[in-house]
Design a protein around this ligand. Sequence first.
Ligand code: 13P
Ligand code: SF4
Length: 308
Amino acid sequence: MDIIKEIHAIKKAKNAVILAHYYQDSDIQDVADYIGDSLGLAQQAEKTDAAMIVFAGVHFMAETAKLLNPGKKVVIPDMNAGCSLADSCPPDEFRKFKEKHPDYVVISYINCTAEIKAMSDIICTSSNAVKVVNSVSPDKKIIFAPDKNLGAYVIKQTGREMLLWNGTCMVHEIFSLEKITRLKLRHPQAELIAHPECEEHVLKQADFIGSTTALLNYTSSSNKKEFIVATESGIIYQMQKKNPDKVFIPAPPNNNCACNDCPHMKLNTLEKLYACMMNELPEIIIPEHIALYAVKPLKRMLEISAAP
Ligand code: 13P
Ligand code: SF4
């Protein structure tokens, strides 16, 4: 069976759209109708007229697509594709935390569960976190959850004080500054580019910081030829495709493994993608009482993002 041909045939027959995050394997990126970062994917989900959304990414991303399309079927290749950041913010603990700070505006990074979204005032992604924080009146106090690294980066960019939830991404917190420094000595012309989920000491050394889409665009616009990439390795596929004459070196992690793969993202495979389109399972279902509240801060984010 030619699985790629079959995926395209089912897509047509079922009027489905495949949305994929840049951290997916290259063969999944190649069959997707749209590849993007979390913001781009949410925007695509909001405007699609397809009957079924096939979300090649992790659970919170597919959940976001469902919140924006309550009447549509949203399926994901592997229901176990979670996220360490989303896991770091259990709803019961977050509720208690929020109750201790009742007069705070809650801004949550999109990498969280629908339950956390339902307790938030505005959602943000790594592309628009600064804009979202700046949209909050200066006299208001802010809780930022769940990523403390992105939060610390936004504090630096905006000068706003924020109360940070203590969560991190298992992929972005593992980069070794020592190994990066050694790599820079061997590649003195290379620029270090980093995702804002990385730890502060890595970000301090970075020549450019941005979301996956911003990093990709930067590698195309920069006149440099070599880049040390401090984010999940999946994005390098698009960087190399768009810039075949440039060299991309994955930033080394602080363990014995040489790769920067997100184990959650990489649970999805082409075979599981095919099966989920064929069977229309596993399907994302969100209890109505949660969806009702979770969609509001998400829509607020999309409005802020669209504003000039
Ligand atoms: P962006 O898609 O906003 O770059 O975030 C990266 C990420 O970690 C997604 O899980
Ligand atoms: Fe979550 Fe990090 Fe994986 Fe993104 S890369 S899905 S933030 S664990």
